[in-house]
Design a binder for this molecule. Structure first.
Ligand code: C2E
Ligand code: MG
Ligand code: MG
Ligand code: MG
Length: 277
């Protein structure tokens, strides 16, 4: 009897595992093809200043729509790209495309928005990273000060010493660096505050309960105070309503992004609207 149950369970497990592996394999093949055909595209989400709400920059967010599989989230395909050799091509392409698009939109609309681009852990390890970044900026004629590279807390903490060296070299080239998804890793605050960065992005999980839970407000208030004490600019992610915006403004948070201010969209959406204000 136990054997039947055991086998039943095993088969159930086996099917889902096989399905997952098949999806992975299929996704990796399709992603390779998508990179080859250059069909990944970039959506831009506005980053606004608080309390005024005026747009000061945009974050580039990769998008992939596969004809048969539909929209695949970067949460799924970026890790896949990291495990294969695809991340380097994707990373270079994203830097090139976004710097060119940004330089063009800045000129077209007469705005000086900053550009934030996400980097994955593997890109940080790449010895050519600095050259790639400098080359992209140079050919796009975008000043380094307009670019901010976002690296997640967990990616930075894999090897904090090496990360610190990398960040130093990027910053001496005039590029700014942000800790993304702050608060989601296991790093101690003192470890993180010692990293050579310019910006701290508070993860949306902390922003979600703002104004509803006194704990959440206390935690965010503490993060902002400590970040400011060491001279960092604080950006809140995932702001979805007025209440969260008001609490963040009251706590002195410098900048914010989220659906309340604008969803990720085409450059025309973001730059045209903001350029009009
Ligand atoms: P992230 O860098 O922390 O980006 C913020 C994510 O929050 C984005 O998800 C964005 O669409 C979403 N978001 C923005 N406002 C709101 C809001 O008000 N509410 C909620 N619930 N979500 C909001 P997205 O575009 O799915 O990207 C997910 C993650 O994928 C990014 O997190 C980033 O880590 C990664 N990613 C995206 N593009 C790239 C890229 O070009 N390179 C690398 N290495 N990673 C990327
Ligand atoms: Mg980011
Ligand atoms: Mg984030
Ligand atoms: Mg995130």
């Amino acid at each position: 009897q136990a054997k039947t149950t055991g086998r039943g369970r095993y088969e159930f497990f086996d099917v889902t595992l096989r399905e997952r592996m098949q999806r992975r394999l299929r996704l990796e093949q399709e992603l390779r093809e998508a990179v080859r055909l250059n069909v990944l595209w970039v959506a831009y989400q506005p980053v606004v200043a608080l309390p005024g709400g005026e747009t000061v920059g945009v974050e580039a967010l990769l998008r992939w729509e596969q004809p048969h599989l539909g929209v695949v989230s970067p949460v799924e395909f970026i890790p896949l790209a990291e495990e294969s050799d695809l991340i380097s091509a994707i990373g270079i392409q994203t830097l090139r495309t976004t710097t060119v698009e940004m330089a063009w939109q800045r000129q077209l609309h007469g705005v000086d928005f900053d550009l934030a681009v996400n980097l994955s852990a593997r890109q940080l390890d790449d010895p050519d990273l600095l050259v790639t970044v400098q080359h992209a900026l140079h050919s796009a004629k975008l000043p380094p000060s307009a670019l901010c590279l976002e690296i997640t807390e967990s990616a930075l903490m894999r090897d904090p010493l090496l990360a610190a060296k990398k960040l130093d070299s990027l910053r001496s080239a005039g590029v700014r660096v942000a800790i993304d998804d702050f608060g989601t890793g296991y790093a101690s605050l003192s470890q993180l505050l010692r990293l050579p960065v310019d910006i701290l992005k508070i993860d949306q999980s902390f922003v979600a309960d703002l104004g509803e839970s006194p704990d959440a407000t206390g935690i965010v208030s503490g993060i902002i105070a400590m970040a400011h004490a060491v001279g960092l600019t604080v950006v809140a992610e995932g702001v979805e309503n007025e209440r969260q915006r008001d609490v963040l403004s009251r706590l002195g948070c410098d900048q914010a992004q989220g659906h309340f201010f604008g969803r990720p969209g085409s450059p025309a959406d973001i730059f045209y609207q903001s350029g009009q204000k």
